[in-house]
Ligand binder design. Structure first.
Ligand code: HPA
Ligand code: ZN
Length: 338
């Protein structure tokens, strides 16, 4: 299929990115540079060698490559460099607003202080204002760690509450349903944090997990979650409760045989606030505009559908109503002029 939109139109379209793991933006070049800087032996010394390790065909095999690579991140400056490199790319993709996931337990579990991580990320976010990107942080719990570890992480995070917009749930979903973290979600909500959770595609129990997250834990968004199409009542719930859904087409096509385009188009057509994102762009072959274009091209999206995805990205975001109105006006202006 072909699409009536061009790459240039997509690149320039003002958009928000709501599903982006900062650790997943670690490009091979920076990985090697940080390995050298911090004297960490990662077992590879060229970009080609690093790329050769990027072999995965499901979530678990991806995570097995993804987490060990984080060893190169040691100091506050490393986290700053990682985040600022991503934010530059976001600016080039006309991302006006981004809500960035980070995995504190992936770092605290190997002896890096929570403060080191958040200070580096936060400083990059402050500096990115000069790039015309406004960014915030979403702290994810690793769902394959214990709920006690999540509780400890939440307590570590609360002194930095003003730098954290919400919480999420990522890593290996198998046997780790959202309800495992019900208590932490309740406490985070009481502290004024927004709530989202990964419900990865085609998991054992996907529908149950989506239902728990939406109906019991009261999340405002679901990350991935396209299996929701299997349950029309849940789709109705998502529409009537204005639930955001953050899809990542290129990521989907790595961990499954296809990018779940039919599901994305169906949910878009039903009025779900679904949007397109890059997940772990250094590992899945493309940044946000690449994700929009791949989806548009393979599923023959119309210009109106592409624009609606970008509109949804702002509408599903956790920015103030004033900012939302401003960005949506910028979007309308761009569409009128292009
Ligand atoms: N799912 C689960 N864990 C992850 C993901 C994801 O899409 N990306 C990075 N960690
Ligand atoms: Zn993700």
């Amino acid at each position: 299929m072909t699409t009536e939109v061009t790459r240039e139109f997509i690149q320039g379209l003002p958009k928000a990115e709501l599903h982006l793991h900062i650790e997943g933006t670690l490009e091979p070049e920076l990985k090697l540079e940080l390995a050298k800087r911090n004297h960490v032996d990662i077992g590879q010394s060229t970009i080609e060698e690093v790329r050769k390790t990027y072999q995965y065909d499901d979530l678990a095999s991806f995570l097995a490559v993804y987490y060990p690579a984080m060893n190169v991140l040691q100091n506050e400056q490393d986290f700053y460099d990682l985040a600022f490199a991503y934010l530059r790319r976001a600016a080039a993709n006309h991302v006006r607003h981004v809500e960035i996931f980070f995995d504190p337990q992936a770092h605290t579990s190997r002896g890096i202080a929570f403060e080191t991580v958040i200070h580096g990320l936060h400083r990059a976010i402050v500096d990115a204002r000069a790039l015309n990107v406004d960014a915030d942080l979403i702290m994810c719990f690793l769902r394959d760690f214990s709920k006690e570890s999540a509780r400890k992480t939440l307590l570590e995070a609360l002194p930095f509450k003003d730098w954290i917009l919400g919480i999420g749930l990522d890593s290996d979903e198998h046997n780790n349903p959202p309800l495992k973290f019900a208590r932490q979600y309740e406490d985070a909500a009481a502290a004024g944090l927004h709530l989202t959770a990964h419900c990865d595609i085609d998991q054992v129990g996907s529908i149950d997990h989506i239902r728990q997250a939406l109906e019991i834990m009261g999340v405002e968004r679901i990350d991935h979650g396209t299996n929701i199409v299997e349950d029309p009542d849940l789709v109705d719930f998502a529409v009537s409760h204005n639930i955001g859904m953050t899809s990542c087409p290129l990521s989907n096509s790595f961990v499954r045989p296809e990018m779940k385009g039919e599901e994305i188009v169906e949910l878009l057509g039903k009025g779900v606030k679904i949007c397109v994102n890059s997940d772990d762009p250094a590992y899945f072959g493309g940044y946000i505009s690449d994700n929009y274009y791949a989806l548009a091209d393979q599923f023959g999206l119309s210009r109106d559908q592409v624009v609606q995805l970008a509109r949804n990205s702002f509408e599903a975001s956790w920015i103030s109503d004033e900012k939302k109105a401003l960005y949506l006006a910028q979007l309308d202006d761009y569409v009128a002029k292009n």
